[in-house]
Design a protein around this ligand. Structure first.
Ligand code: SF4
Length: 280
């Protein structure tokens, strides 16, 4: 099947993992993450799910139910992290920060993905980013010429001190293809949009890339693969020179350049606000 062959090709060409690896796969409940998990399990990989419950009212309740049922039906292991329990429910964070919520939400999720993979001894962390996600993100990074992000963008990131190895085995497949896979395989997924997604920049950039694809089929994969082979090595070399030294966070041990990492600082801010509200 086309879908399986594209995943096999991505895994093989980028040496993402082998059947000896312990894979932790992030499961949001959406089509991409569930398709990825099902396909890896189907190909015989040792894969466990990780769901981060964002604490966004009905949206997160439904996402968690879908993921739990999916793993139960498949007989697969699942780890659930509740942001509300760690004081970082996304609606609370949104009320407290001035930055766009999606960038903070992404940062918190990446923190828990990495921490869980390292704490629990997984050898690699897999996410369901597809070609539309990757091409849209590349466009955003190139529009800003953000050399740090451009050097980091790719279907694999090797493990290094404090960071688990990360892979994106769906990077050759479009959103339409993952949705079709779920439909054909009877995978029920979360179709509701996050209430905070409206107006997010990544949706607009994905649409831009899609219009280009419609006019000129093959543009998305050509743009992304071209970047990987012809441009990324140059950005990697550039960033190696400017490589900032990271040290363990004083509170949680996560690598950071700032003494205490962003997530611990955020937790502190929210805890401080809760105390203030209590006494005011
Ligand atoms: S749309 Fe934004 S806030 Fe909602 S889950 Fe995605 S990143 Fe988080």
């Amino acid at each position: 099947m086309f879908f399986s062959r594209q995943v096999e090709r991505a895994v093989r060409e980028h040496r993402m993992f082998t059947h000896g690896d312990k894979i932790l796969a992030a499961l949001s409940g959406g089509k991409d993450s569930l398709a990825l998990f099902r396909e890896l399990a189907h190909q015989g990989y040792d894969v466990t799910g990780l769901h981060v419950d964002l604490g966004i009212k009905d949206f997160s309740v439904k996402a968690r139910m879908i993921v739990e049922k999916f793993c139960q039906d498949l007989g697969a292991g699942l780890i659930v992290i509740s942001l509300a329990e760690s004081g970082l429910a996304i609606p609370r964070v949104k009320a407290a920060v001035k930055r766009p919520i999606c960038s903070v939400c992404g940062k918190i999720k990446r923190y828990w993905f990495n921490k869980t993979a390292l704490d629990k001894g997984y050898t690699v962390l897999a996410t369901g980013h597809n070609l539309d996600d990757e091409a849209g993100r590349l466009l955003a990074n190139a529009l800003r010429w953000d050399t740090a992000y451009l050097s980091d963008q790719g279907p694999t990131l090797p493990a290094e001190a404090g960071f688990a190895a990360k892979v994106k085995p769906l990077y050759r497949l479009s959103e339409f293809e993952t949705a079709s896979y779920c439909f054909l395989r009877g995978v029920e997924y979360h179709m509701d949009a996050c209430p905070y997604a409206k107006g997010a920049g990544f949706t607009f950039r994905k649409q831009l890339m899609q219009s280009l694809e419609q006019k000129s089929p093959g543009s998305k994969i050509g743009f992304y693969e071209g970047f990987l082979h012809k441009a990324r090595p140059a950005f990697l070399a550039l960033e190696q020179k400017n490589h900032e030294k990271l040290l363990p966070c004083l509170e949680c041990g996560y690598p950071t350049s700032a003494g205490t990492c962003g997530v611990c600082r955020l937790k502190r801010t929210l805890a401080g606000q809760a105390k203030f509200n209590e006494y005011s």
